[in-house]
Design a protein. Structure first.
Length: 278
């Protein structure tokens, strides 16, 4: 779609070269959402492709905030197109990669969209139906955020999205990359999604992950709630009676009631845990 109010399209190779960021400026990643509807509040698009942030690499990582030990992480650059996740030659022992592939197919988008849409765009758009956020929450990923002064901060994936189209990103900040501990990529992951029709946005998404070494479980829910929620499944009784879902604030709209969304979320959690054979 044409965006008639856009006055300028900037290509930058280094974000620190941007000195005059102002209201009405936005990062342009794959553009699959930005060009899908009118953007009356925008006037400048800053194209991220020339930044060259589409890497997939394994790097050492130390969380300087908590002085934790250096660990090895998979780094996925924010501008990595979704199609690259499908084509990449992943180590076979990284069972959680199935989750990345499921997050791509859960978009129910054509190859044309999947070739353009980026991991960072999906996470930063922060729709309730975002398909990557619940996976990153379940895998205990960390997001690296940069600002235009060259400062970096890191935040746990579960803290990033705070509501529908709301994140903790400040003006002038950008998601640089997603970091997933390599150990967590060995976890077994199951991704469940339900919608009214297969091509409709999801009504509920559930992503469960299980560490095979200690059978520790993590389960994130999304789409039925405004932002992904990591559930506490430490107690067996919790898993049996699902009482914790009573405290969750489910979306209630014309597509489905909160009660319906709670019920289908529960069904997906059961299905997902069964697939993990817990
Ligand atoms: C057929 C179809 C189905 C879709 N289904 C879904 C779906 O099920 N779930 C869903 O969530 N989306 C869906 N989308 C919307 C969208 O295409 C995807 O979310 C896509 O992943 C967005 O990525 P993008 O790179 O194209 O983002 P863009 O359109 O370029 O940007 C999206 C937003 O994120 C901001 N942004 C992008 N990258 C960064 C960054 N690194 N740092 C800070 N801000 C950034 C942009 O400024 C913009 O506000 C669908 C789109 C289509 C066409």
């Amino acid at each position: 779609m044409d965006l008639p109010n856009i006055e300028n399209h900037l290509s930058v190779h280094n974000i620190q070269s941007i000195t005059n960021w102002d209201e009405g400026w936005a990062w342009l990643a794959g553009g699959t959402w930005l060009f899908s509807e009118l953007q009356p509040s925008l006037k400048v698009l800053v194209d991220m492709q020339p930044l060259g942030w589409s890497e997939i690499e394994v790097v050492p990582f130390s969380d300087s905030n908590s002085f934790k030990q250096v660990k090895t992480v998979l780094s996925i650059g924010a501008t990595c197109p979704l199609s690259k996740l499908l084509q990449y030659s992943w180590p076979p022992e990284w069972r959680a990669v199935e989750g990345l592939k499921s997050a791509v197919s859960a978009l129910s988008a054509s190859m044309k969209v999947i070739n353009m849409a980026t991991v960072g765009g999906n996470i930063c758009l922060a729709l309730s139906v975002g398909t990557f956020a619940p996976l990153m929450v379940a895998l205990d990923a960390t997001y690296e955020i940069w600002n235009l002064k060259g400062e970096t901060r890191r935040v746990a994936a579960k803290e990033f999205q705070v509501g529908y189209r709301q994140t903790i990103l400040q003006p002038q900040e950008v998601l640089r990359r997603v970091l997933i501990p390599v150990e967590n990529l060995k976890w077994q992951v199951n991704y469940q999604r339900i919608g009214i029709a297969a091509s409709d946005p999801a009504l509920a998404i559930v992503v469960s992950a299980c560490n095979p070494d200690n059978l520790q479980l993590r389960c994130a829910i999304a789409a039925s709630v405004t932002a992904p929620i990591l559930l506490d499944l430490h107690d067996d009784r919790q898993i049996q009676n699902f009482a914790f879902l009573q405290e969750v604030n489910f979306i209630d709209d014309a597509k489905a009631s909160a009660i319906y969304r709670r019920e289908v979320t529960q069904v997906l959690i059961k299905r997902s845990l069964k697939q993990l054979k817990i």
